[in-house]
Design a protein around this ligand. Structure first.
Ligand code: BGC
Length: 756
């Protein structure tokens, strides 16, 4: 353990210029030192799935080289493991490498929601679901930070596309933010306490996130209790003074001579309270102190062990989409396995942009397969296509088809070439490249035993071609050890246990964000609201290619013995719904099953999703073995964000709790009744007649001033049943003063005042 800084003493001794300088980096990757007071610079580096420490020429686009580091699976693959413990272990390994390289903060994880399958950075994000993103992101941060280095939770918030990413305004209503785009950040901030949070580039409802007081202070600090540093995404600051006021502490990379000058001048001119700047400086000093106190540059890194962990993680992230029994392969001596597709020889295992890691080594699937098959099995290769579209597609396909025709089985690697998905731009469609699909069709004509291995960071459509494959294994961009992992799965030395963290639709047009992604004229309206991903597909009752949560195994599982118990009460703040069920491995191989729990509020005053993931457990089961999956739900898990109450609201009534292997395969379910006190916005003159009558105190007050008929209804015109149906949604203010309504505005105002 290293030294400590005297934060208060240093703050008192700093000049205004030094304070301003501390709120800017000193270069691309370092904070500013204050040598005369013994404050060193500390280094930050990308992230997230490997350390990208650039020793010399710095840029943030991955253009110049970085020190070798283990390239773990990217977030899309890690998330498909649905294994928080595994993600934590990957985080620990990343933390060790970060320590050993004397870097204080690893810039990740990215927990933005996959709003559209087209987002160029989907490979860097976990899921379309906020619960899954939050649980896994939290494990990631806990893992990294357990090694005494920090993380930067990014990109906060509503940065769900690359198109016009620095300027676009994400126009999102508060309920959608609270239920979809913020919960992963909220959970991670509260549970895992990241050292830093990185604000995103975009604007939110018109205001640049880097200068958004509601996001950076009201929600992040006041509500969630975040105490660390808010750092800008690289180049996200436009008005440095407004940014400090909003709660942004550190600008990266620094606009030297510009931003620092602006801060000094604003304080001198009385436009920026020095106490506000002091807060940011204090947080910066605490960050440096935390880094110094925890620095362990002699941390040993076992590269072989990290490579092995990367392979295990890649195995767990692969999703077996279909399998008619072809997999696992069991090639016999004398047989030929045709390996087709350039990806088998030139693996693609990570995405492009700021997250690009210089791997310590790379497993090549073709080599791994050759090494793993029994003696006497021929593994023959033909590229079938090129990654950059060069070459003669006819000749390449012909060679591959000829090989397929003479082989006993075909393993065809298809995927997205690097040029098709990256940080910085979005895709324009979800298709695999045409030459690859044509190759599959031709290979299919030559072979009845074709396994397709997919290599891509964001989801690709399968609907046009999936019947041409006897098995499809989605391997994502799974890091430097992916080549070995895929062979483990193909040959059955490991059993696939990944599950989709995002829906694969039948058509891109079915994606809930289709009509408004990526927006235009500087705005992207999140018109689908909370109905993102499966929430939208399910509400629309659309068929999909593969539902959220789907993934096959080489064994089979059965679910029974569901038990659901409601305990405590919402009024007392201790409501819990305990759920358990038994899961049995009914096949003849060991395997892992992900039991998923979804909740549906059956009657709500707002439109709610048909089901929402609120729990999952990954179980390791030997053949014939049973295990109990247990879950516990809180009131928040059953609530929605009310725009009128401006808070989470749990409405009393029936909730369906379902458990099963995917969002569309839920063999167990039970309806439970949950009690909750009625919560409504305070009544005012603009509340409607219906709202007044639904509120016991409001109804009593109306009866008081208008009188009561013999049948218990309101006296006068407003008590008329038919009329109520027509004007029930009129504000009382409009009704008061209508001819024949014996209520005037002054009386209404008095009643409102009395009730409040
Ligand atoms: C990316 C961040 C990254 C930063 C530093 C930005 O362009 O959006 O994710 O951490 O650069 O490289």
């Amino acid at each position: 353990m290293g030294e400590h800084l005297d934060v208060e003493g240093i703050l008192a001794a700093l000049t205004l210029e030094e304070k301003a300088a501390l709120c800017l980096g000193s270069d691309f990757w370092h904070t500013a030192p204050v040598e005369r007071l013994g404050v060193p610079a500390v280094m930050v580096s990308d992230g997230p799935h490997g350390l990208r420490k650039q020793p010399q020429e710095a840029d943030h686009l991955g253009l110049s080289g970085s020190n070798p580091a283990t390239c773990f699976p990217t977030a899309c693959a890690l998330a498909s493991s649905w294994n928080a413990d595994l993600v934590r272990r990957v985080g620990e390994a990343l933390g060790r490498e970060t320590q050993a390289e004397e870097v204080a903060v690893l810039l990740g994880p990215g927990v933005n929601i996959k709003r559209s399958p087209l987002c160029g950075r989907n490979f860097e994000y976990f899921s379309e679901d906020p619960y899954l993103s939050g649980v896994l992101g939290s494990a990631f941060v806990q893992g990294v930070q357990s090694q005494g280095v920090g993380t930067s939770l990014k990109h906060y918030a509503a940065n769900n596309q690359e198109t016009d990413r620095v300027r676009v305004s994400a126009d999102v209503d508060e309920r959608t933010l609270r239920e979809i785009y913020l919960p992963a950040f909220e959970r991670i901030v509260k549970e895992a306490r990241p050292w830093t949070v990185m604000c995103s580039y975009n604007r939110l409802n018109g205001t640049h996130v880097s200068q958004h007081p509601w996001l950076l202070t009201t929600v992040l600090r006041d509500e969630w209790g975040f105490e660390g540093v808010v750092v800008s995404d690289w180049g996200a600051v436009h008005d440095r003074v407004a940014a400090v006021r909003a709660g942004l502490d550190l600008e990266m990379p620094p606009q030297l001579g510009w931003s620092d000058t602006a801060l000094v001048e604003a304080v001198r001119a009385g436009e920026l309270d020095e106490a506000v700047l002091d807060l940011a400086v204090t947080r910066m000093l605490r960050l440096v102190d935390q880094a110094l106190a925890n620095a362990r540059p002699d941390t040993p890194v076992d590269r072989d062990a990290h490579h092995t962990l990367a392979r295990a993680a890649a195995r767990e992230g692969a999703v077996l989409l279909t399998n008619d029994g072809l997999l696992p392969l069991a090639p016999q001596p004398g047989q030929t396995v045709a390996v087709l597709g350039e990806f088998a020889r030139t693996p693609r295992f990570q995405g492009a942009g700021s997250s690009q890691v210089n791997p310590t080594r790379v497993d090549v699937p073709l080599d791994e397969l050759r090494a793993a098959v029994p003696d006497g099995v021929e593994v023959a290769f033909a590229p079938g296509f090129t990654l950059d579209g060069s070459g003669d597609p006819g000749a390449l396909a012909e060679e591959a088809v000829a090989l397929a025709a003479r082989a006993d089985v075909v393993v065809l690697f298809l995927g997205l070439p690097a040029a098709e998905e990256s940080e910085g731009f979005d895709r324009t469609h979800m298709h695999l490249p045409l030459p690859q699909l044509e190759l599959l069709r031709a290979v299919r004509r030559a072979s009845r035993r074709v396994a397709v291995v997919l290599v891509n960071g964001s989801a690709v459509l399968t609907s046009g071609w999936q019947d041409d494959a006897d098995a499809i294994l989605e391997c994502w961009l799974s890091g430097q050890a992916a080549g070995g992992a895929v062979v483990d799965l193909l040959l059955g030395t490991a059993n696939p246990s990944g599950r989709l963290a995002e829906t694969i639709p039948l058509r891109h047009e079915d994606s809930p964000s289709y009509l408004s992604f990526p927006g235009d004229s500087g705005h992207v309206r999140y018109g689908e609201g909370v109905f993102v991903g499966y929430r939208g597909h399910d509400k629309l009752e659309q068929p999909v290619a593969f539902p959220f949560g789907h993934g096959l195994s080489y064994t089979s599982f059965a679910y029974d013995d569901l038990a659901v118990a409601v305990r405590g009460s919402h009024a007392d703040g201790d409501l819990r719904v305990s759920v358990s069920c038994r899961v049995t491995n009914t096949g003849d191989r060991a395997g892992q099953e992900v039991a998923q729990l979804y909740v549906h509020d059956r009657e709500a005053s707002v439109t709610r999703p048909v089901r929402e993931l609120k729990g999952f457990v990954k179980l390791d089961l030997a053949p014939g073995e049973s295990s109990t999956a247990t879950f516990e739900l809180t009131a928040r898990d059953l609530s929605f964000w009310s725009e009128t109450v401006r808070d989470w609201v749990l409405e009393a009534g029936e909730f369906r709790v379902s458990v099963g292997p995917s969002s569309r395969d839920l063999p167990l379910g039970e309806v439970v009744h949950v009690d909750a006190p009625r919560v409504a916005a305070a009544l005012g003159a603009m509340s409607s007649l219906e709202e007044w009558l639904a509120d016991p105190a409001g109804a009593a007050a109306l009866h008081d001033v208008l009188g009561t008929r013999d049948d218990g209804r309101l006296a006068g015109m407003l008590g008329d049943e038919e009329l109520q149906r027509v004007v029930g949604n009129f504000p009382m203010r409009s009704l008061a003063g209508f001819p024949n309504v014996t209520l005037d505005h002054a009386t209404l105002d008095e009643v409102v005042a009395r009730l409040s």
